[in-house]
Design a protein around this ligand. Structure first.
Ligand code: MN
Length: 437
């Protein structure tokens, strides 16, 4: 691990809220995103870095930062971070170091940076870049096993699962940042022997996933080896892969999910960089008896610290809870450390056939469920396929989502001797369907 002064747990900021024990955004985090003041349609979305309950407007702060980051800031265009992402990790680290120094307690730059701060309470967010392609993996083995059992009790995992990182190419146009509100989708629904009918999905679900943003791409026909895979990764976000289970069940064979997944995907607004996550790396291991990965998916570094120790949570706030002033309740908790394949393995596998990744591409990790009952990363799991409702503290029950339900994904990293960091909220709300007509 390569920790430096920016990770020092004793480092504090002159932005007082960044020193609160439970903030997601202490000075050790410094994630980047795309924001504007809420309701200010005339303002463009522009790049910012979260610090405590504030945002550093990078364009507004440019003159207050050292000339060493001129190139980084020049690439931070309003509206999309693709050019900045393509610059790669060394340049991203330069900006991290400059912001860490400028925002640290006692910095002489305070009076010049302070006017460039915006309150997060006043902000709204856009996706941070033009997402050319979105790929959804299936690395959550506990999810794959639990869901597989619902359909194949004797043989939950298909034989390819432990050899090949399973994925499919998804839809990028409907990816939205936190705060996304979307209509309950229509689709073909089929029950029993009757012919299918067009109607609003009755089995709406969420999926707790980690999103992975590509920084530098690779030319067509080339492949990215394990040793270099993380040089092509900007950082991580939370990702809700909303799913219409009834539509999915009827359409998914033989080519996989289509309309059941393409109407909306919500991501958290801040890209937490791999540098910020460095203190929270974890070994990647395989259970005894499982096959070892093929050589192109294996490396010493991946085994030593290829995984990320990130606590992932799902929270629900229903319409009734909102009306009564009740905060969201936590439905489940899992850890990204438990994924069967690592971020580096996803990159290496995606490109091994010569597929070119591009700056701003997004991967979903697949639903991350924990090993225990009650740690399902979807309602499909928590309700045992819709048979056992989840009972909420106010007495409401859910097998699947109701109109007006808001799902909030949250995540944080914690380790002794390190400053806790978090991801911020990834919130999305299900709205009533249009008439099927
Ligand atoms: Mn998914």
């Amino acid at each position: 691990m390569t920790l430096d002064a920016t990770h020092d747990a004793a480092l504090t900021s002159w932005v007082e809220s960044a020193n609160a024990a439970d903030t997601d955004f202490p000075i050790q985090n410094l994630p980047i995103g795309m924001f504007r003041r809420r309701g200010s349609d005339a303002e463009t979305f522009r790049p910012g870095v979260a610090i405590g309950n504030r945002i550093v407007d990078l364009n507004a702060a440019a003159a207050a930062l050292p000339t060493s980051v001129n190139r980084a800031l020049a690439a931070c265009a309003p509206g999309e971070l693709n050019a900045y992402m393509a610059e790669g990790r060394a340049l991203h680290r330069e900006l991290r170091v400059a912001l860490s120094e400028g925002l640290s307690a006692g910095s002489e730059a305070r009076e010049r940076i302070e006017p460039a701060l915006v309150a997060q309470a006043e902000a709204e967010y856009a996706v941070p870049c033009r997402i050319g392609d979105y790929t959804d993996f299936y690395t959550g083995i506990h999810h794959a096993t639990t869901v597989g059992k619902l359909f194949r009790p004797d043989n939950p995992l298909l034989p390819n699962y432990k050899w090949v990182p399973i994925g499919y190419h998804g839809r990028s146009s409907s990816i939205g940042a936190t705060g996304q509100r979307f209509l309950r989708p229509l689709g073909q629904l089929k029950s029993g022997a009757d012919a299918p009918q067009l109607g609003p999905s009755q089995r709406m679900d969420y999926e707790l996933e980690v999103g992975i943003f590509v920084s530098r791409g690779n030319p067509p026909g080339s492949r990215i080896a394990m040793e270099h895979a993380e040089d092509h990764v900007m950082g991580l976000v939370l990702l809700n892969d909303w799913s219409a289970r009834d539509v999915q069940a009827w359409e998914y064979q033989p080519l996989g999910p289509f309309l059941s997944k393409n109407f909306a995907t919500t991501i958290s607004p801040w890209i937490v960089t791999l540098d910020a996550l460095e203190p929270f790396r974890a070994p990647w291991t395989r259970p005894d008896g499982d096959p070892q990965p093929l050589p192109y998916l294996d490396s010493a570094a991946n085994r030593a610290h290829g995984a990320f120790d990130i606590v992932l949570e799902v929270w629900l706030q229903t319409d009734a809870m909102l009306a009564a002033g009740h905060a969201p309740v936590r439905l489940t908790s899992a850890n990204f450390r438990d994924a069967y394949w690592t971020v580096a393995q996803m990159v290496a596998h995606h490109t091994v056939g010569g597929c070119n990744l591009q700056s701003g591409d997004l991967f979903g990790s697949g639903t991350q469920s924990g090993p225990e009952a009650g740690q399902g990363g979807s309602l499909l799991e928590l309700s045992s396929g819709g048979r056992e409702p989840v009972v909420l503290p106010n007495g409401e029950r859910r097998t699947f989502l109701q109109d007006g339900d808001t799902i909030v994904l949250r995540a944080h990293c914690r380790r002794d001797g390190c400053r806790r960091i978090g991801f911020g909220d990834c919130a999305g709300t299900l709205m009533p369907a249009l008439a099927a007509g």
